[in-house]
Structures are given as structure tokens and as C-alpha cells.
Design a protein around this ligand. Structure first.
Ligand SMILES: O=C(O)CCC(=O)C(=O)O
Length: 336
């Protein structure tokens, strides 16, 4: 444990003194400490990082999530703090869902177990799925105008900022199809319960359903309240380390009532602290298209590696957002 503590301390110091991102070994050390201390060290490191991080003055923010007063943002952050997830009333407008779905329908994507070279990619054919998931390339995702609206959205950023407690870094974008392919939970498809640890120590994910998601189309499943540190229910599960956990073990530890299957119409937006236990349910019918935005602390955000900068036209609302908070978007729009 001592070595891990030193490793994490050094990573934080290097970030604040020289702006260097934490190494993979520092992130692994932090994860081991997280598991050994029933998540308490992650909370401690978050509190320390917050002391040295900037956060903008809270202001009302309007956008895809509605008109969010500061009070409303705090309420949502409070609900997230309590439950670990929050499903917004507002849905993504149909024209944005259409644009993203059309893009995903025609863009070759990566199949599980295949490579990511252009010749390995295939367009998702719902009538003939060959993989549990089809993942689109992150650079292509960021180039898309409809995705740029999501990236630029003030209400999404405001909720992320209120919840994590510092001005976050947009550290990953994902867009993928989940297919009705095989009955067993897929490991790469994240269909067995697990916690995420990327990028630590505090982050918030936004998931957007771009197709209707009922019980058979692979709803996201979250264990209510399981993101908290020091829970009796988590102790033994976290001591197992970063492993997949059976449905029975989760239900025994947390109670079946706390296992929440989030079904929703196309356009449903949810925020999730995936430090809690979660999974995508195995599909038994149809398919699901889902987008994901991850906001995290910049010190550990190298976890997802570099991505080519946006080269196409930048949508005006994203250009404004970048102007207002350049560091948030620096993974996609490096400073000139
Ligand atoms: O597909 C899902 O709903 C779950 C995704 C997931 O587990 C993850 O992003 O870590």
C-alpha cells in the first residue's frame, strides 16, 4: 500500500508542478487503493485535488437539459450524490437523434475481437449482427456536428461541474451499437456488473439513448447508491479488485430493489457515476445505439490516450464553448 500511496502522491505533484498527466501505473495504484480502502482513498484524493483545482462560479445554464438554475443544478448533483445516477426529463430532440443515428448507420465501426484498421471495420447491419458491439472511431464521432452540439451543451457541462466539484475535462466520447448477438454477457460489451475507474478519482458520464430502449434492448443497469465510499455492501466486492461480478452477488450485497434497469425512449439522457456497480443488460431483441460523454479531472485524464483533433468545421456553439472554457475541450481542440 505504501508504494501505491507514494505513486499517487507523486502523480498529483507532477501534475500541479509540471502539468504532466498521471501515468498508467499511478492510475493502477489509485485503483488498488480504491479497492483496498472500500473507495475511501478516491474520496480523499478527490477532496485534495478539489482544493487545488479551479471551478467556475456557478451560473444558470440553458441547453439540452432545459433551463437549469444554480439551485436546480445543485438538486441534480444532490440526487447524483445520493443515487449515483440521474435520468433527465428532457430528451435529446428528434432531429439530433436522427442525425446521430444516420451517421452511425452508415459509418463502419469496430467489431469485438477484430482490429481497428479501416479494412477491419463494418457497418452495423441489424439483420445480421456479427458482434455484441460496434464501436465508432472517437475522432469521427467528435467531427460530427450533432455530437458537437452535445459536447458544447452548457447544461450538461454545468451538471458535470456541480457534481464533480471542479471544472472538468471532456476526456472521452463514445458511440456504439449494442446488438442481439449471443445469450451470455459479453466482457468487452460490459454486460456483467463492474465498476469503472477511468479516469479517476472522480468523473461523471452522460449516456444518451439514440434508439428506444425497453427491457429487451440492453438497458443500462445501475446499482443505486453503490458509488459511495465505505459501504458495507461494497467492501468484499471491491476487495476482489477490478473484476466482473455476478447478478446474484450484486443482489445479495445491495438488494434486488436497488438494481435499477434504466429503460427509456430514444433521446433519453442520463448522468451516471460509474464508480458504482453497473452493466449493460444482454440484449434479447433489437439493438441499442448509445452515445457517451465522460467528464473527469484533468490530472488523470491521460487514461484514454490522445485523439486526433477536430479538423472539420467546428459548430459555432462548440467554438463558443471552447472560447469560454478551452481546457475542457483540449483533448479535441488543442490550443493553437
Ligand atoms: O452498455 C452499458 O449500458 C454499460 C456501459 C458500461 O458499462 C461502461 O461504459 O462502463
Amino acid at each position: 500500500m505504501g508504494i501505491d500511496v507514494c505513486n499517487v502522491g507523486t502523480a498529483c505533484a507532477r501534475y500541479y508542478l509540471w502539468g504532466k498527466n498521471a501515468s498508467t501505473s499511478a492510475r493502477l495504484s489509485l485503483m488498488r487503493l480504491h479497492c483496498d480502502t472500500n473507495a475511501r482513498t478516491s474520496d480523499t484524493i478527490t477532496s485534495l485535488l478539489k482544493k487545488f483545482s479551479s471551478v467556475r462560479k456557478p451560473t444558470a445554464a440553458s441547453g439540452l437539459l432545459g433551463d437549469l438554475s444554480v439551485e436546480r443544478q445543485n438538486e441534480i448533483a444532490g440526487a447524483l450524490d445520493r443515487d449515483g445516477f440521474y435520468v433527465f426529463e428532457q430528451r435529446l430532440p428528434p432531429e439530433l437523434c436522427d442525425a446521430i443515428e444516420q451517421f452511425a448507420k452508415k459509418t463502419p465501426a469496430a467489431l469485438e475481437g477484430k482490429g481497428t484498421r479501416p479494412e477491419d471495420l463494418e457497418v452495423f447491419d441489424p439483420s445480421n449482427p456479427k458482434s455484441k458491439t460496434y464501436r465508432l472511431d472517437e475522432h469521427a464521432i467528435a467531427e460530427h456536428p450533432a455530437i458537437q452540439h452535445l459536447m458544447a451543451d452548457r447544461s450538461i457541462l454545468a451538471v458535470a461541474e456541480r457534481y464533480v466539484g471542479f471544472t472538468p475535462f471532456l476526456s472521452m466520447l463514445n458511440l456504439w451499437w449494442s446488438a442481439n448477438f449471443g445469450r451470455e454477457p459479453g466482457d468487452a460489451a460490459a454486460q456483467a456488473f463492474h465498476f469503472d475507474y477511468d479516469p479517476p478519482p472522480k468523473w461523471l458520464l452522460f449516456f444518451v439513448y439514440l434508439t428506444d430502449v425497453g427491457p429487451d434492448n440492453g438497458p443500462h443497469v445501475f446499482v443505486r447508491g453503490s458509488h459511495k465510499a465505505g459501504l458495507k455492501a461494497s467492501k468484499e466486492l471491491l476487495q476482489r479488485g477490478y473484476v466482473r461480478i455476478s447478478d446474484d452477488d450484486i443482489a445479495t450485497a445491495f438488494g434486488a430493489d436497488n438494481v435499477i434497469e434504466i429503460q427509456g425512449k430514444r433521446g433519453t439522457i442520463m448522468a451516471v457515476d460509474t464508480r458504482g456497480f453497473h452493466k449493460g443488460k444482454v440484449l434479447s431483441d433489437g439493438h441499442r445505439l448509445m452515445a457517451q460523454l465522460t467528464f473527469s479531472h484533468p490530472a488523470f485524464s491521460g487514461a484514454h490516450g490522445p485523439v486526433d483533433p477536430i479538423m472539420s468545421r467546428v459548430e459555432p456553439d462548440l467554438a463558443t464553448a471552447v472560447h469560454d472554457a478551452p481546457k475542457v475541450f483540449s483533448r479535441y481542440m488543442p490550443a493553437k
